[in-house]
Design a protein around this ligand. Structure first.
Ligand SMILES: Nc1nc2c(c(=O)[nH]1)N[C@H]1C(S)=C(S)[C@@H](COP(=O)(O)O)O[C@H]1N2
Ligand SMILES: [Mo]
Length: 430
């Protein structure tokens, strides 16, 4: 093919479907909402978006998406998140951006195992509830709103791998530091109410969840993830099928238009782009339920030890944990500062939050709010006074209603789950 023809082909590909062309030629994930805009975007707009003029603009195919924007594109509607991976998209929130009592949509982390659905038709979206129920049902979002009580609750979603980055030897997977956690206001209906209407059969012991996201391979026969939980957990009052996040439609990366929110247990149970829940008489065995996924050894292991699959057990409740959201790590500070953050613990509540500025030698109690509802994190704050100029670390540790306290260090595990060591931030007083 002559050079001219190649150029023509490239241009015609882009003029027909810029997004598809971009994916085909450059393998990028781009954002549909910008497509119409980009197609018509003039050179000035394009230049403004990349921040400078584009000397070779004449060679750019029509509808072309500059690489400088393509990578940011996946985080549209998000603010300050750190992109850990763009295929699948995984992004965490720096701890200091989690300062709000209720996490804004723009700061809710993203953990995807596959490719989210491109366009969602909210009006025609359906959820099927079947398996071991007396009355299998297929419900629209309007049906959910009409037939069940609609509730709003502040609920924590935390990825089972949050804190993985701090394991040594390193554990494979997304290197989450502290920011794969959020507590937003979720509006929806109780899963319990829906299951009761469907009629849970006596032999049902486990749920199974399916969503509309695609497997990374593109194979339509494969699902990226399908997890489930014991029926007792599913029947808890704070497990929701949600259609709103902080009073807005759910963000497309966070599962629009419908998702499960299962507080206190690994985030992987909070199935996004939810299409089906079915009940089973065995522990669900879908993708990411078996092998070593979302499982930890059932005994302490040596760091780096190879552990056989049979010695792993499914993670249920998430451990007691806290995060310091102010001051920001590395911040300069005056002699007195209000330290604040959040604390949470699986299905329990937090009893105590303590802060140390002397490497754990002494601790002072923080003022701790009650949870606004079960499944919400608890906000805390305390004024600390540094005795003189210099480098300090602020540490925080939570203790829950069962007396479990955050440790200095935890046992290593092969997949790097459940790291609930104390959060610490550096402070420079000058
Ligand atoms: N359909 C679907 N649901 C999913 C996932 C996914 O990849 N696909 N990821 C799960 C995991 S591992 C986590 S931690 C949470 C993260 O929710 P968020 O992306 O809204 O923060 O979604 C869960 N629900
Ligand atoms: Mo997760």
């Amino acid at each position: 093919m002559a050079q001219d023809d190649k150029q023509k082909t490239l241009s015609s590909f882009f003029s027909e479907d810029p997004e598809k062309a971009d994916r085909q030629f450059f393998g990028r994930v781009t954002h549909t909402d910008r497509r119409g805009f980009l197609k018509g975007a003039g050179l000035t707009t394009m230049g403004a978006m990349v921040g400078m003029s584009i000397p070779f603009h004449r060679n750019m195919p029509q509808g072309f998406i500059p690489a400088a924007m393509a990578s940011e594109d996946v985080l549209v509607g998000k603010d300050g998140l750190t992109l850990l991976n763009d295929r699948p998209i995984n992004a965490e929130t720096p701890a200091h951006l989690l300062d709000d009592p209720i996490t804004p949509v723009s700061r809710h982390f993203i953990r995807n195992n596959g490719i989210p659905p491109e366009e969602v038709d909210v009006a025609n979206w359906t959820l099927t509830v079947d398996g071991l129920v007396d009355n299998p049902m297929t419900l629209s979002i309007a049906d959910l709103k009409d037939q069940f009580e609609v509730v709003t609750m502040a609920l924590v979603i935390e990825c089972g791998g949050n804190g993985r980055a701090f394991f040594n030897p390193p554990a494979k997977g997304n290197q989450w530091t502290n920011g794969a956690v959020a507590c937003s206001n979720w509006t929806g209906v109780r899963l319990k109410d829906v299951l009761e209407k469907a009629g849970v059969q006596a032999n049902a012991i486990y749920t199974a969840h399916e969503g509309a996201d695609a497997h990374l391979s593109g194979d339509p026969e494969k699902m990226p993830i399908s997890r489930g939980m014991p029926i007792e957990k599913a029947m808890t009052d704070n497990v929701l099928i949600a259609f709103e996040m902080n009073g807005e439609p759910i963000h497309k990366q966070n599962g629009a238009p419908l998702r499960l929110v299962v507080p206190g247990w690994p985030g992987s149970l909070s199935h996004k782009w939810l299409k089906r829940i079915y009940l089973r008489d065995i522990v669900h065995d879908g993708p990411k339920m078996t092998g070593k996924a979302y499982r930890v050894p059932n005994r302490p292991v040596e760091p780096g030890e190879k552990v056989e699959t049979k010695d792993f057990e499914i993670i249920e409740r998430m451990p007691v944990k806290s995060i310091i959201t102010f001051p920001e790590n590395g911040a300069a500070s005056g002699e007195t500062v209000e330290v604040r953050g959040h604390a949470w613990s699986g299905d329990r509540s937090i009893e105590d939050l303590e802060v140390s500025i002397d490497f754990g030698a002494t601790w002072q109690k923080a003022e701790l709010d009650a949870p606004v509802n079960s499944g919400a994190w608890q906000n805390w704050r305390t004024n600390v006074t540094f005795p003189q100029k210099g480098y300090y670390e602020v540490w925080a540790r939570a203790t829950d209603s069962a007396g479990e306290m955050q440790p200095f260090a935890i046992d290593w595990n092969p997949k790097g789950y459940l790291n609930n060591t104390m959060h610490r931030v550096a402070v420079r007083v000058s």
